[in-house]
Design a protein around this ligand. Structure first.
Ligand SMILES: O=C(O)COP(=O)(O)O
Ligand SMILES: [Mg+2]
Length: 216
């Protein structure tokens, strides 16, 4: 996609695993919540592989891994505890992936409108973007609780694109949830080359080496 083809274009990004490596802080928060409730902590590398479907699903998946039967109300309580722990320390070990900040700035300077479509809750998304000093780059940000139905429902991505006020957009992500969301919304999808193995169905060779490739 190219600005020269007419009309503003937008690049909408998934957040965790796409623009930022937030897995260490997310793993630390969910493990603090589990341990506080008398449950076991999980290897942060395992937690990292489960991120992308939102907080509730992360907690449910971790409980299932530990073979702990849990009522919906237990999962709710643990999810609330996880999100409280995360909000207390949203940016301690989280980092922006290499070149992402400068490539986002280059896209913005070239006239692209930039958006975020993430399954992270809205307040935490803003806290993390602000903590990393990249919140000013985005024209529309929609977390999981800022839309009636979240990813993989295509309405989540469509809501971001509508807020950006563009007719042409691309979605960039790191998991099959993102791929499926884009497909269902009829939006072109690009996967990041630094996505963890097995998280995207598209071949490695077809993924973005750098976000600046969107400019070409
Ligand atoms: O699973 C989450 O909490 C958020 O993940 P996402 O930013 O990749 O959508
Ligand atoms: Mg992701």
């Amino acid at each position: 996609m190219n600005q020269k083809e007419g009309g503003p274009c937008a690049a909408v990004f998934d957040l965790d695993g796409t623009l930022i490596d937030s897995a260490p802080d997310m793993a630390s928060a969910v493990n603090r919540a589990f341990v506080t409730h008398g449950l076991d902590a999980t290897d942060p590398a395992v937690v990292a592989g489960l991120i992308g479907n939102g907080a509730h699903r992360l907690v449910a998946d971790l409980l299932a891994r530990q073979r702990i039967p849990a009522a919906p109300s237990d999962i709710e309580a643990l999810t609330d505890a996880y999100l409280r722990c995360y909000a207390e320390a949203p940016v301690v070990s989280t980092t922006i992936y290499p070149y992402v900040a400068q490539d986002l700035a280059a896209l913005k300077a070239a006239g692209w409108r930039l958006g975020i479509c993430t399954n992270k809750p809205q307040a935490l998304t803003h806290a993390v973007l602000a903590g990393l000093g990249i919140d000013h780059l985005f024209d529309a940000v929609r977390g999981a609780d800022a839309v009636p139905t979240r990813k993989p429902d295509p309405g989540h991505l469509r809501a971001v694109i509508e807020a950006l006020g563009v007719h042409r957009a691309v979605y960039v992500g790191d998991t099959e949830v993102d791929e499926a969301t884009a497909r269902a919304a009829g939006v072109p999808f690009r996967g990041v080359g630094w996505a963890a193995p097995g998280r995207l169905s598209m071949p490695e060779a077809e993924r973005l080496a750098r976000l600046s490739e969107l400019l070409t």
